[in-house]
Design a protein around this ligand. Structure first.
Ligand SMILES: [Zn+2]
Length: 216
């Protein structure tokens, strides 16, 4: 069966369960509104699907997925490089849905971060790239990873860059005034997650220890 046919057959299976008896109560509520408590900013990468990774159901995660799970800084007027789809989603999640957690989840082997490290996208001048200005948001992560010792492997430097980019996004989150207020008021918590694809290990950034620690 080719991939497209698999999607259709998967949908048919899904619909049979979706309209089943056990889902009836949920449908009554969900038919009217959504009420997620968590917003997740994750990468578009096909290997790191947040709902599958956390075994969450429909209605539980308000999600933004973009290249390299980047949160831009608060910037009125649209800025010079994007239309701020991610910023609009954050505004909706915090001001309208009043989510209690925002998780920025990065991962190993990230194509966006890899391109940033290679400078192939940021310095390529042939043709316009939407990725180039997008990845510039976390350019400081590359500079940070370059401070690592020369003896460190390229893989380790990329991981450092991936993790640092998560922290930049968390920092950018609090540049949104209403995010800052919600955090100050104790209504919102921000989290940084890093998923290692090969080992399946998920780590969480610990502010006190200033490092990512494995969730066990
Ligand atoms: Zn990625």
């Amino acid at each position: 069966m080719d991939i497209y046919d698999r999607l259709i057959s998967g949908y048919r299976e899904f619909k049979a369960n979706y309209l089943g008896e056990e889902n009836r109560e949920w449908l009554k509520v969900a038919g009217e509104k959504q009420d997620p408590k968590v917003m997740m900013v994750a990468c578009s990468d096909s290997r790191v699907h947040p709902a599958i990774l956390t075994r969450t159901a429909l209605g539980e995660l308000f999600m933004v997925r973009n290249v390299a799970n980047v949160v831009p800084p608060f910037e009125e007027g649209g800025g010079d490089s994007t239309y701020h789809g991610t910023s609009a989603a954050i505004e909706f999640a915090v001001n309208h849905l009043q989510v209690e957690h925002i998780i920025v989840m990065g991962h190993s082997g990230c194509g966006g971060i890899g391109a940033l490290m290679d400078k192939s996208i940021t310095e390529d001048t042939k043709g316009y790239s939407f990725i180039r200005p997008w990845m510039k948001i976390v350019e400081e992560a590359r500079e940070f990873s370059e401070l690592e010792e020369v003896s460190m492997s390229r893989e380790s430097k990329i991981a450092t860059c991936e993790k640092r980019a998560i922290l930049i996004s968390l920092n950018n989150l609090v540049s949104f005034p209403w995010v800052k207020d919600a955090v100050k008021g104790g209504k919102l918590q921000l989290h940084g997650w890093y998923f290692d694809i090969k080992s399946g290990v998920l780590s969480e950034y610990k502010h006190g220890a200033e490092k990512f620690e494995e969730i066990k």
